[in-house]
Design a protein around this ligand. Structure first.
Ligand code: ZN
Length: 266
């Protein structure tokens, strides 16, 4: 009895703490902490001084690594400054990432104390885009950079709709309760576009009302994205019909490409 209770307590324990840090105009950097080893990782720390300042709330923790989602300046632009100051490794998806010391491939893992961080190659926005997925105890989280936003997705700068659908499908297949930590606060404008696409979607309406009140909307969840993100819903016939008139002949990637073009000029 006591043992089973102990096991239950243990299974609910999570070693993971995540703190968002607002940077630049609308970027999010994140601090990822492992409570067991007292190690910290910075995700896309574009303004190092702001992220280091936020880490001061956790004086027992030591910075161990940088995780970079992709090579764009507003995500990777703080890496060199930090690497000059700390003897740490910077992870990323290609040598285009400023300061990268270790290039990750799909499904590679990185260890931060008790936390196993899995790299998901998610091309489309850039060809070196990596999302970082972590599962610990009952807690699951994914850092999605500029691949997936709350109720939106990144522009297809380097990849095709086929690349992006592959990436979004990987994120769709994560457990529903996975928390989604995205790279920009675009939620209100994304939801206005989502509403333009799906006028009768109550979940979008409710989320827009909420987002207008709270300001900072990170994290989302995979379950919520399935309900409110038009780019995650292009595989649903009810949604694709709203985007392409003759959806019966269109592939899911045709629909995704058309939807992205609509958003680009919205
Ligand atoms: Zn970007």
């Amino acid at each position: 009895m006591i043992l089973s209770r102990l096991n239950q307590t243990r299974s609910y324990f999570t070693s993971m703490i995540i703190k968002p840090v607002q940077c630049l105009k609308d970027n999010y950097s994140y601090i990822l902490l492992d409570q067991t080893s007292k190690q910290a990782a910075f995700v896309d720390p574009v303004e190092p001084q702001k992220v280091l300042k936020a880490l001061e709330d956790y004086p027992d923790y030591k910075l161990s690594m940088i995780l970079t989602t992709h090579h764009h300046w507003d995500h990777a632009g703080g890496n060199l400054k930090l690497l000059n100051q700390f003897p740490i490794t910077c992870y990323g998806g290609s040598d285009k990432v400023e300061g990268v010391g270790h290039i990750l491939k799909d499904n590679d893992t990185v260890q931060l104390g008790d936390l196993t961080i899995k790299a998901l190659s998610t091309t489309g926005h850039t060809m070196d885009h990596i999302c970082y997925y972590i599962e610990h105890g009952q807690d699951r989280a994914v850092f999605t950079g500029d691949c997936l936003f709350s109720s939106g997705c990144g522009r297809f700068f380097e990849g095709t709709p086929v690349d992006m659908w592959k990436a979004l499908s990987k994120l769709l297949s994560l457990p529903d309760d996975t928390k989604v930590y995205f790279g920009h606060e675009y939620t209100v404008s994304n939801l206005k576009f989502a509403q333009h696409v799906e006028k009768d979607n109550q979940d979008i309406e409710k989320k827009l009302e909420w987002a207008n009140q709270v300001g900072c909307t990170t994290p989302s969840t995979v379950a919520n994205e399935k309900l409110t993100n038009p780019f995650m819903r292009v595989n649903l016939p009810a949604v694709s019909r709203l985007i392409i008139t003759d959806a019966s002949n269109a592939s899911v990637t045709d629909v995704l490409g058309k939807l992205r073009k609509m958003k680009d000029s919205f």
